[in-house]
Design a protein around this ligand. Structure first.
Ligand SMILES: C=CC1=C(C)c2cc3[nH]c(cc4nc(cc5[nH]c(cc1n2)c(C)c5CCC(=O)O)C(CCC(=O)O)=C4C)c(C)c3C=C
Ligand SMILES: [Fe+2]
Ligand SMILES: [Fe+2]
Length: 340
């Protein structure tokens, strides 16, 4: 038998991606970020001739100041929580793949570091096979698809393209459900008694996107159903689902988190816990909208205490989950694990 031809193994890159965040908790930086984010036609699906005057004339003149205040309340010494946790996740994953020549980096769909910049850095480093991994468990046109669009736009300008794979949604992946269930169990263990209910709050979307075929709503409900099953052994109270962060005038997915919080208080549920399984990392939407404002709102409506349980962030549960999914997606690219 002739010996196998010797080939040098192709260089593999993994780029994890999140939504994006302002560079500073200041109105100017927030304005730049919102202008890019809210001009994305996957996010606001209105004709630009109608939407751009509203965006430039109304939203970008009022919202940046209000949002900058929200960002200031949650800003960390190292920066915006979303960027801090996404970068720490990439660093933890880079360690896991260190011995295997796999380059791991991170990028943001809006703001910095941009997808275009980090894909080019991968190519400069010689990457020939790229796994592009938007960290959204539930697929949504406004998150997953637009991140993939940004990757494909970079590729469209290249003569020599790398081979690419994209991470599929993982809303019902047993390892994801178990990772979220583990963080909820850990949260429950810190309380001196069980809360009266658990609320699973996901980012909202315009209701219309559902009828147009976006699977996001069904993905969120599937995650909630699987989490409810996974938590049954340790939590006997009601586990409910809601959609937060409404934006604009259109009808959004229901029930809204606000409505649900008010109803829960009205039903006599005094102490509740809230988790946000659709966010891979804590950000202004979880830390300010839920843990700060949601807590206050719940108490104003007659509740006693809202306990917020953090996202996976860059903890061990997160790193184990992402490593596992990445290894699966890299199968055929990475040599199989040795058996000795
Ligand atoms: C996780 C899934 C997300 C979906 C789906 C989503 C849809 C969506 N968002 C807006 C408008 C805003 N979102 C904002 C912040 C924000 N959104 C997500 C995630 C999803 N958005 C994250 C992770 C963040 C946090 C970013 C951070 O810097 O911490 C904001 C900015 C904050 C503010 O001004 O309130 C807006 C605006 C729309 C319109 C939309 C779907 C159509
Ligand atoms: Fe959002
Ligand atoms: Fe918000």
């Amino acid at each position: 038998m002739s010996p196998a031809p010797s080939t040098s193994s192709p260089k593999i890159g993994v780029l994890i991606v999140n939504l994006g965040t302002p560079d500073a908790p200041e109105p100017g930086a927030v304005r730049r970020y919102l202008a890019e984010f809210l001009s994305d036609r996957r996010v606001v699906e209105l004709p630009p001739l109608l939407w751009q005057p509203i965006l430039r004339g109304v939203i970008l003149t009022t919202r940046p100041k209000k949002s900058a205040h929200a960002y200031r309340q949650v800003w960390m010494d190292e920066g915006s929580p979303l960027a801090v946790y996404t970068s720490a996740t990439a660093a933890a994953l880079a360690e896991r793949f260190a011995g295997e020549g796999v380059r791991v980096d991170w990028a943001m769909r809006y703001g910095n570091p941009s997808i275009a910049d980090r894909v080019r850095a991968m190519l400069d480093a010689g990457v020939e096979r790229l796994l592009f991994a938007p960290l959204y468990p539930q697929y949504c046109g406004a998150t997953t698809a637009t991140a993939n669009d940004a990757l494909f736009a970079v590729l469209a300008g290249l003569r020599a393209q790398p081979a690419v794979r994209t991470l599929p949604p993982y809303h019902d992946e047993p390892a994801y459900i178990e990772a979220i269930a583990a963080t909820i169990r850990a949260g429950l263990a810190t309380l001196d008694r069980a809360p009266d209910a658990l609320l699973l709050s996901y980012h909202g979307m315009p209701e219309r996107t559902r009828t147009l075929g976006d699977p996001y709503y069904e993905h969120c409900l599937a995650t909630s159903r699987l989490l409810t099953e996974a938590l049954r052994d340790i939590f006997a109270g009601p586990i409910e689902t809601s959609f937060q962060s409404r934006f604009g005038r259109a009808k959004w997915l229901e029930p809204s988190t606000e409505t649900r919080l008010a109803e829960m208080a009205a039903r006599g549920l005094r102490r509740i816990a809230v988790a946000t399984p659709g966010f891979s990392a804590d950000c202004v939407e979880t830390l300010e909208e839920i843990a700060l404002r949601g807590e206050e709102f719940f108490r104003e409506n007659g509740g006693e205490k809202l306990h917020y349980f953090p996202c996976l962030n860059a903890g061990a549960e997160a790193t184990n989950l992402y490593e596992r999914m990445i290894r699966r997606e890299l199968s055929g690219w990475l040599p199989p694990p040795s058996l000795d």
